[in-house]
Write a new protein. Sequence first.
Length: 189
Amino acid sequence: MILDFDNYIDTLKETSKDSDNDEYMIDLENPVINYDLFQKGFFEYYNKLVACSIDALVNIDDEWFFIEFKNGEINSKQKKNISEKVGHSIFSFMDNISEKTIYCQNKVNFILVYNEEKNKPKNKNKKLQADEYQFSKERQALKSHWPGIKKDIPLFQLGRYEKVYFKKVYTYTEKEFEKFVINRLAKTA
């Protein structure tokens, strides 16, 4: 291992901070690796310019979870930004732990936490472009209440990273993510 992840411990709350609007998406104090700080240290180690990165990383039950927080509207520019963050973060992660892609496909997951209010269509009669998010009350209802249905269908075209870079890809609203934290992260505290 090149850099010790333990040197970059922070809280979910701090890693969820939207610096542009000076607000936090999550108000939870669970410990995570601040991957932005790790990435900065990683690229400084190699004397290279710092690349963009995913916000947080945490290990739960011998699986890794990258967590990216997006407080604004997720449009095509934001999707491109997320893609770049995924690529740079996976590279530095694999290099740091001396593993190959197959390890990530079996042991690493990705979670995008998004602002539900900022990602609803503004005009319900407007035909959405291919890169726009289709908010669906029906999808949300199925996701919340129907047992046995596939609930974790990644939004924003992020499913393409599943089995390529990650074992599983999740997209959660802030409330859904808080439930995830209560169910999964609380086990590690």
